[in-house]
Design a binder for this molecule. Structure first.
Ligand SMILES: [Zn+2]
Length: 68
């Protein structure tokens, strides 16, 4: 998480993060906005969202996501 705010490039495509950065819903990747948009269209996105919500409800704020 600490490198999240300091890294300069997207973990997934290597693009510059100048336009913005978002945490992946599937794992701990730091994504550019393009990759986030692609991720939101993934058929498992809702599932990943649900899994994260459940984890937070249980007090697990370090939920690593459903994908590695
Ligand atoms: Zn990207």
């Amino acid at each position: 998480m600490d490198k999240f705010f300091s890294q300069k490039y997207c973990d997934r495509c290597g693009q510059s993060l100048q336009a913005g950065r978002v945490m992946s819903m599937f794992n701990r990747d730091c994504l550019c906005l393009d990759c986030k948009e692609k991720e939101m269209k993934d058929k498992d996105y809702k599932l990943a969202q649900k899994a994260e919500r459940e984890a937070i409800k249980k007090g697990d704020f370090n939920f690593p996501g459903i994908r590695k």
